[in-house]
Design a protein around this ligand. Structure first.
Ligand code: 2AM
Length: 508
């Protein structure tokens, strides 16, 4: 069996579902010898047989039916990647290799683990002398095969060992344009370019940042869906016409993977009825696996107003109430708004502006959340680098991310993305249209929670005075929760001895 180093294969991988298989092939294509192991041996055998029949780099993939043989086949310090079901599956798979490890070996969790689990595992393995890296892997199956965005968290030492492999297999972006280099094929990976990976920070930092990536992905998708819904319900546009609009938008500042696939999806005909559009055949109930929910829970825990991101999760929840909605549609009345009489072209431009402004707010929320999390968990996150490694490989890849990198490079202490001159200007330019779109959706009874909550965030964030003076007074009234005064230094708390409701007001 070919071994590339004196004492064993470069790396091992446990968990041969599609993501695992594709990551193995990506590593093999880059010249690494990879040992593979799967709990169900027949799946491993099938994979090896598939590689032999189809893959140019098959001779670099080595299957092991026995977990001890698998571990012992690896060069030291051993590096083992796990792509198994998050939660108990990950613990079980990791525990199965532990008896055969030596001090300094490195376990890498490439699944969508909750960052709290990653923090716990890192601590537990450290106590055993084993290094642990929790690495976000984004880009779906194609990303794993030809270049994902990789977000590793763990010790710097462990990262040093993993870095040569991670930088080779990650997606690459063009140094000048900041856009992803595409065109990789089996056996012919991309050469050159900047790799979409960097050390994110210790313990759970990588998985946290991957989670926020997914939270942003939720809102990015929801915003696109709202743009689609407004074109459909307000302007009466058909999918092929909307496809052209998205394709056009994709030529400008909205250029992104998600806009691109939306244009493709909207022109797709239904395989079961080729005279109709596919999108109209898909049931309007969204699934979710939990990373969007985790992002929102974390924002609530940390007190960060990531309302648009939460709206994206709730929008999926609302969509899942299909039967209830169908029933309510015949009993709950909406407005009797007249048909939209304005220019369709102008309306499309308005929707584009609403989408772009909302997107800026949503990303601002995601980055604010990470900024707070780093204090909570003692990380030092580099936001310019995070945006940089999201430019290629991952689902939210977009031209926009280069602008975020630029914003943080220009001002490392940038408090909120909306305050960066480029983004500020973009919002100032688009806000009139954004407001019109939100008003039109309200007037016509079209649900657009992400557009409107992003606008509420923008208006709230730029308000020197909010109505929470009244709220604090209410809290002081019923619960003696105290209040601060506008005319006193912060940190001094006051209380009024309120009368019972219905009794005369206090005399002061
Ligand atoms: P399997 O093929 O034996 O089911 C995705 O589900 C991957 O995670 C699969 O490779 C699966 O192995 C693996 N997996 C799930 N639970 C596991 C466990 N408890 N121990 C080891 N591997 C597990």
């Amino acid at each position: 069996m070919a071994k590339t180093t004196d004492d064993g294969h470069h790396i091992g991988l446990v968990g041969l579902a599609v993501m695992g298989q594709n990551l193995v092939l990506n590593m093999a294509d880059h010249g690494f010898n990879v040992a593979v192991y799967n709990r169900t041996t027949s799946k491993m055998d099938d994979f090896i047989a598939y590689c032999k029949a189809n893959e140019p780099s098959a001779d670099r993939v080595h299957g092991y039916a026995d977990v001890k043989d698998f571990v012992k086949s690896l060069a030291r310090p051993r590096k083992i990647i796990f792509l198994v079901k998050a939660g108990a599956g990950t613990d079980a798979a990791m525990n199965s290799v532990v008896p055969y490890l030596d001090k300094g070996d490195i376990l890498i969790d490439g699944g969508n683990a909750n960052w709290n689990d990653t923090i716990r595992r890192e601590k537990e393995f450290k106590a055993k002398g084993i290094e642990f890296i929790g690495s976000g892997v984004s880009g779906g199956e194609t990303g794993a095969r030809f270049g994902p965005s990789l977000m590793p968290g763990g010790s710097k030492e462990a990262w040093k060992s993993l870095r040569p492999i991670w930088t080779k297999i990650a997606a690459k972006v063009d140094k000048k344009t900041g856009l992803e280099l595409t065109g990789a094929e089996p056996g012919k990976p991309i050469k050159g370019g900047e790799p979409c990976t960097a050390h994110i920070g210790p313990d759970g930092a990588g998985h946290y940042v991957k989670m926020v990536h997914n939270g942003i992905e939720y809102i990015d998708m929801q915003l696109i869906c709202e743009a689609y819904s407004i074109m459909k319900n307000l302007l009466g546009m058909k999918p092929d016409a909307m496809s052209k609009v998205f394709a056009e938008w994709n030529k400008g500042e909205l250029f992104s993977f998600l806009i691109e696939i939306t244009a493709d999806i909207l022109q797709q005909k239904d395989p079961e009825n080729p005279r109709k559009f596919f999108v109209d055949a898909v049931l309007d109930t969204a699934g979710q696996k939990g990373t969007g929910k985790w992002t929102s829970i974390s924002s609530l825990d940390l007190g960060i107003p990531a309302n648009a991101m939460a709206e994206a999760v709730f929008a999926r929840c609302l969509s899942a109430l299909k039967e209830e909605r169908v029933a309510a549609s015949t009993s709950l009345k909406g407005p009797k708004a007249k048909k939209y009489a304005g220019s369709k072209k102008a309306a499309i431009e308005m929707i584009r502006d609403a989408l772009y402004c909302s997107k800026i707010c949503a990303y601002a929320q995601g980055f604010q959340l990470m900024a707070e999390a780093q204090h909570e968990y003692n990380w030092k996150l580099d936001f310019g680098t995070i945006a940089k490694i999201w430019r290629g490989g991952c689902i939210i890849r977009a031209r926009f991310l280069q602008k975020i990198t630029d914003a943080y490079n220009n001002d490392k202490k940038l408090q909120n993305l909306m305050l960066d001159p480029y983004f500020k200007k973009a919002i100032h330019k688009g806000q009139a249209n954004w407001r019109k779109v939100v008003a039109l959706t309200a007037e016509h009874g079209i649900s657009a929670p992400a557009f409107s909550s992003a606008l509420a965030y923008y208006d709230g964030y730029r308000s020197a005075v909010l109505p929470q003076n009244l709220l604090q007074a209410q809290r002081d009234f019923f619960g003696a929760h105290t209040y601060e005064r506008v005319d006193k230094k912060r940190g001094q708390f006051f209380h009024i001895d309120w009368p019972e409701p219905g009794r005369p007001q206090l005399k002061v």
